[in-house]
Design a protein around this ligand. Structure first.
Ligand SMILES: [Zn+2]
Length: 80
Protein backbone atom coordinates (compact mmCIF):
# COMPACT_ATOMS: atom_id res chain seq x y z
CA UNK A 1 0.00 0.00 0.00
CA UNK A 2 1.33 3.40 -0.91
CA UNK A 3 1.11 6.53 1.12
CA UNK A 4 -0.64 9.41 -0.55
CA UNK A 5 1.72 12.08 -1.72
CA UNK A 6 2.87 14.24 1.13
CA UNK A 7 4.06 17.70 0.08
CA UNK A 8 6.00 17.91 3.31
CA UNK A 9 9.34 16.16 3.58
CA UNK A 10 9.91 14.49 6.93
CA UNK A 11 13.29 15.26 8.45
CA UNK A 12 14.93 14.39 11.74
CA UNK A 13 16.27 17.90 12.15
CA UNK A 14 16.40 21.16 10.26
CA UNK A 15 18.32 20.69 7.00
CA UNK A 16 21.12 23.20 6.57
CA UNK A 17 20.11 23.57 2.96
CA UNK A 18 17.39 22.26 0.72
CA UNK A 19 18.05 18.76 -0.66
CA UNK A 20 16.19 19.73 -3.84
CA UNK A 21 17.66 23.09 -4.81
CA UNK A 22 20.35 23.81 -2.23
CA UNK A 23 18.45 26.89 -1.05
CA UNK A 24 18.35 28.23 2.48
CA UNK A 25 15.99 26.43 4.86
CA UNK A 26 14.40 28.52 7.62
CA UNK A 27 11.92 28.09 10.43
CA UNK A 28 8.28 28.80 9.67
CA UNK A 29 6.61 31.35 11.91
CA UNK A 30 2.91 30.75 12.41
CA UNK A 31 0.10 33.05 13.37
CA UNK A 32 0.01 36.82 13.27
CA UNK A 33 3.64 37.87 12.90
CA UNK A 34 5.04 40.62 15.11
CA UNK A 35 6.97 43.55 13.63
CA UNK A 36 10.08 41.61 14.54
CA UNK A 37 8.72 38.57 12.72
CA UNK A 38 8.15 40.62 9.57
CA UNK A 39 11.65 42.03 9.76
CA UNK A 40 13.14 38.57 10.16
CA UNK A 41 11.13 37.37 7.17
CA UNK A 42 12.41 40.29 5.12
CA UNK A 43 15.96 39.35 6.04
CA UNK A 44 15.22 35.79 4.96
CA UNK A 45 15.63 34.40 8.45
CA UNK A 46 12.16 32.92 8.80
CA UNK A 47 9.23 32.03 6.57
CA UNK A 48 5.77 33.28 7.44
CA UNK A 49 3.26 30.45 7.69
CA UNK A 50 0.27 32.67 8.33
CA UNK A 51 -2.78 30.99 9.74
CA UNK A 52 -2.90 27.98 7.44
CA UNK A 53 -4.12 24.92 9.19
CA UNK A 54 -2.31 21.77 8.23
CA UNK A 55 -3.02 18.26 9.26
CA UNK A 56 0.59 18.19 10.27
CA UNK A 57 2.24 21.57 10.30
CA UNK A 58 5.58 21.83 8.59
CA UNK A 59 8.36 23.29 10.73
CA UNK A 60 10.74 24.55 8.07
CA UNK A 61 10.60 25.90 4.54
CA UNK A 62 13.12 26.33 1.73
CA UNK A 63 13.38 29.93 0.58
CA UNK A 64 14.53 28.76 -2.84
CA UNK A 65 11.82 26.39 -4.03
CA UNK A 66 9.32 26.55 -1.19
CA UNK A 67 9.77 22.92 -0.20
CA UNK A 68 8.29 22.22 3.22
CA UNK A 69 9.85 20.10 5.93
CA UNK A 70 8.45 18.62 9.07
CA UNK A 71 10.50 17.48 12.00
CA UNK A 72 9.83 13.92 13.07
CA UNK A 73 11.31 11.73 15.77
CA UNK A 74 12.87 8.35 15.34
CA UNK A 75 13.48 6.35 12.20
CA UNK A 76 9.86 6.33 11.01
CA UNK A 77 9.54 8.90 8.26
CA UNK A 78 5.79 9.12 8.18
CA UNK A 79 3.49 8.87 11.13
CA UNK A 80 -0.20 8.52 10.57
ZN1 LIG B 1 14.61 24.26 -2.24
Amino acid sequence: MKHKTDPVTAVLRKPRKCPQCGGKVVHILYGEPSVEGFEMAERGEVALGGCIVWESMPDYQCLGCGQLFRKVHGPGLYMD
